[in-house]
Structure formats: C-alpha cells, structure tokens
Ligand binder design. Structure first.
Ligand SMILES: Cc1cc2nc3c(=O)[nH]c(=O)nc-3n(C[C@H](O)[C@H](O)[C@H](O)COP(=O)(O)OP(=O)(O)OC[C@H]3O[C@@H](n4cnc5c(N)ncnc54)[C@H](O)[C@@H]3O)c2cc1C
Length: 473
C-alpha cells in the first residue's frame, strides 16, 4: 500500500495547478478535512487539502499523485457516516466543493448534467422549477453533494418506489486513479455496449476515481402527495401491514419507521411533540400520484386497513407545515442522538423486509445482553434499519469495546437472516473488517482484482475496501 509523504515541492506544484488559496496545509483545514460524520476515533490526518475547479485540474493533481505514489481521498460535503472521506493513509484530500455548477437541464431528453459539488437539494429544485423531478431525497439533501451520493449509492425515504441514486445515473465523467479522463454512458436510455462500468463506479466509495461530471435521468413530478403518521403498539403488526400494503397499492412512495426511543430523542432535540410518542413503532408513510382523487382514495383504503390491523391512529399531514414537522422529526433522529450522547454509532443493516420483526427482536435481546441502549429507526419499506447504540456514561475505551462486541454479534444475526452489513451508508472505515462475514473469499478477491486494474498504485482512497480487507487463508 502506498503512502509517500507530500513534499513542499509537490504542494507548490499543486498550487500552480489550482491557483493560490486552493491548496492548503493550514492546521485548521487539515483538521476540518480529516473527518466526516463518523465517530472521532476514526479521524485521519491529511497533509494537503486541494480544491480544484475543473476536470483538467483534477486530472493534473491525480496524475502527479499517481507518479509520486501519494494517497488521494476524494471528498464531497463530508456528511458520510462510515468514514469514506477520511484520509486513512494521510496524503491529499481532494475536495469537490468548487465544482458546483448545474451545467444543463435537457427537457427533451429529461436529463440534468451537473458537476459533482452541486448540493443535492439545489439540483432537485432546478428540476422541479421545470416541472421535472429527481426523487432521491437523502436525509442530508440540504448539505450533501451529488458526487458523494453517487460514490455511496445513497438512498432516500422514497427508495420504496424510486430506488437508489444509481438507478438515475446515466452518464459520468471520471478521472481514473492514473489520471485519464474517461466518459461513461451518456443520455442514452438503453445501452448495453460492453460492461456497465458506470454502475461499478456507483457505490465504489471514491476508490475507483474522481467523478467530475454526472448526467442524471429525471422523471415527471407527481402532482399530489400525502403523508401519514401511524403509531402502533407492536412492530410485528406494523410490518405485516406494510408487506400487505406493498402487494396491493402502487402509490406508496416511502415507508419510514421510528421506535419510541428515536421519537422521544427527536422531540427533545427539536422541541416538538408527536402524538402517541410512547408507542413502540411509528410509521411515516408517503403516497404520491398524478391524480389527487386517486391519491386520496388510496389513502382511504390504507387508512381502513391500518385501523383494522392495529394502528392506534392514522394522522394525515395534508398541509405543508404538518408535513415539514413530520419529516424534520424523522430526518433529525441521528443528529438528536448525537447531540444527546457522548458517543453514538449509526448502523445501517439491511434484511429482507419480511425479516424485520425477527431482526428487531434479536436487536432487543442483544442490546439487553450487552447492556446498551439502542434506538432503532430507518427505511422499513426497504428492510433497512439504523440501530444506533448510544454510549450512556461509558468512557471511550469501554464504549469502543462494548460497541464492537455488540456490532459483531449483530452482523452474525444479519447474515443468518439473509441480510447484509450496509444498505446505503457504505463500508467505509467502519465495516471493512466485517466484509468477510457476508462476502465470500472468491467475491472479495474479484473486487480486489478490479481495484488493482483500475488503481495499480493504490493511491485512490487507500486503506478502505477492497484492498484493506484481510481474508483468512
Ligand atoms: C444525519 C444524516 C443522515 C443521513 N441520511 C442518509 C440517507 O437518508 N440516505 C443515505 O444514503 N445516506 C444518508 N446519510 C449519509 C450521507 O449523507 C450520504 O452518504 C451522502 O451521499 C454523502 O455525501 P457527501 O457529499 O457528504 O459525501 P462525503 O461524505 O464527502 O463522501 C462520501 C464518499 O464519497 C466519496 N466521494 C465524494 N465525492 C466524490 C466524487 N466526486 N468522486 C468520487 N468519490 C467521491 C468519498 O471519497 C467518500 O468515500 C446521512 C448522514 C447523516 C449525517
């Protein structure tokens, strides 16, 4: 693995490429760009932070780094929860924040082309201003960059109907780890000419190159949408209804879940109150469609079924204020838990959705056995849960030990239920050591082989999967 130091000469040469003020070795910058939203104990120590403005500048920096065998870690907004943007082996952090232009909105082809540093919500608003719709509403949409969403294949609450980021990426410009600028895909809806390399880069967490331009497909903006908050006493009742409704209704877009601990944490954090806040399970459902009457008729059918099936109440948020309050509550759970505890670990497991009740029972049993408080929330319609152990009054050492024991056992249960380690937050730094639990040795070796072909000198985001995975002989 490569980690030559950044020399003063190299800093000078890179400053000539990006211009004065955009290549920094200032301690404040090195500190700021050493961490994302993962816990502090994973902090990295970059030697140089660079902020290029163009693809050519990115290519020139990467070419130099490759020649001198210096690690490069691409960085979006640093909202990642798995340490993907942490520069484990020091070197250069390459921040895409200045590449923030919306380049083209092509109405005829229903595609939008953007630079990677565009903030996700800005791209969504640009599409909506023309009556089009980009549906992937990652919770951090007001701060994360579209490049980061591609590298993580991020999901949003609406994945139930609209899938993940990767489903909307059609074209991409990439600077490879050896400094070439390549074009993948384009505005073609169908194209099977060769391997689908775009989808290899999607979700590769900055290990296969720097994404410098993206073309996303857009769809028609739904004319009507409606949100329902539904408290239940029993998670099992909620899940069996969810499974049934998914078989019967097409208008369901989002199916979010919050347990009582999560609801109470977000209430305290936002100083709001939600109805039945001590219920074991709260569902937040969203429906959408082109026909208002049709959406309301679906809502009535869903209402009836939910009440028969054990819902304590069904609250419809049909105005902007109530709807914003509900989604703010859901989106702020992770922040609330962080603010209220010294240490937290946001996990991101996924199981087949019918296995959620069994997973939840196992999580309760595990948390009691390990003496940990573990609020659970997530995207129940996708089988994606975020159990979030919190430290209580543990010191850092005890917390790290107890957490590792809990997480290791949790992943064994996940595997037994046909699930996997991460649904949308990525492997990053946190989960590399657990990969051999769910990916077999042949698969891991293929991934490592791909990485060697793309990045022979291992300069692109090194110290992460797949090269850092230790497979037992
Ligand atoms: C409170 C909270 C809620 C969240 N909710 C969600 C959610 O609902 N759904 C979800 O999927 N995630 C969620 N996340 C995680 C995170 O916001 C997403 O993964 C987001 O897509 C990261 O974007 P970013 O710009 O911050 O990327 P960063 O964190 O900066 O980087 C993430 C990864 O992408 C790589 N990268 C960034 N830009 C590029 C580029 N241009 N080229 C190549 N590689 C690049 C980095 O090297 C790193 O590996 C949440 C995080 C927080 C803190």
């Amino acid at each position: 693995m490569t980690n030559n130091p950044v020399t003063p000469e190299l800093v000078q040469r890179i400053e000539q490429i990006v211009g004065e003020g955009y290549a920094s070795t200032a301690p404040d910058d090195l500190e700021k760009y050493g961490l994302d939203e993962i816990e502090e104990r994973y902090r990295g120590a970059p030697e140089l932070v660079v902020k290029p403005r163009t693809t050519q500048e990115v290519a020139a920096i990467v070419t130099l780094a490759n020649k001198h065998r210096i690690p490069v870690t691409p960085r979006g907004a640093g909202t990642g929860l798995s340490g993907g943007a942490v520069p484990v082996l020091k070197g250069i952090v390459l921040s895409l924040e200045r590449m923030d232009q919306i380049l083209e909105l092509d109405l005829d082809n229903m595609m939008i082309t953007v630079e990677p540093g565009v903030i996700l919500a800005d791209m969504m608003r640009a599409a909506e201003a023309k009556g089009l719709f980009y549906p992937i509403d990652v919770s951090t949409l007001d701060s994360c960059q579209v490049g980061g969403t591609i590298a993580e294949n991020a999901g949003g609450a609406r994945a139930v109907k609209y899938g993940l980021t990767g489903d909307w990426v059609y074209g991409m410009e990439l600077v490879t780890p050896t400094g070439e600028i390549i074009e993948l895909g384009g505005k073609r809806i169908k194209d099977v000419t060769g391997y689908n390399l775009i989808q290899l880069v999607v979700g590769s967490e900055g290990t296969l190159g720097v994404v410098t331009r993206i073309t996303f497909r857009l769809t028609v903006k739904p004319r009507c949408s409606l949100d329902l908050l539904v408290p239940f006493d029993e998670l099992d009742d909620a899940v069996s209804l969810i499974l049934e409704l998914l078989r019967r209704e097409q208008s369901l877009v989002a199916m979010e879940f919050m347990d009582d601990l999560s609801v109470q944490a977000t209430e305290r954090y936002l100083n709001i109150s939600l109805p039945h806040h001590d219920s074991r399970a709260h569902l937040l459902l969203q429906l959408d469609g082109m026909d208002e009457d049709g959406v309301w008729r679906a809502a009535e059918r869903i209402y009836e079924r939910l009440r028969e099936g054990g819902a304590k109440e069904v609250y419809a948020a049909d105005n902007r204020l109530t709807r914003e309050k509900l989604w703010r509550a859901r989106r702020n759970i992770a922040e609330a838990l962080k603010a209220q505890n010294t240490y937290v670990s946001v996990e991101d497991i996924v199981v087949p959705r019918a296995k959620i009740p069994e997973m939840a029972r196992n999580l309760l049993e595990l948390s009691q056995r390990h003496g940990l408080v573990v609020p659970i929330y997530g995207h129940i319609g996708d089988g994606n849960l975020h159990p979030t152990p919190v430290s209580g009054d543990r010191d850092e050492g005890t917390w790290a030990r107890d957490l590792d024991a809990f997480v290791g056992e949790m992943f064994h249960v996940v595997r037994a239920l046909g699930g996997n380690l991460t649904a949308e937050h990525g492997v990053g730094l946190k989960r590399t050591k657990y990969l051999p639990l769910t990916l077999d040795a042949a698969t891991l070796s293929l991934m490592a082989g791909l990485k060697r072909v793309w990045d022979p000198n291992e300069i692109m985001n090194p110290g992460k999967f797949p090269s850092a995975v230790e497979v037992a002989a």
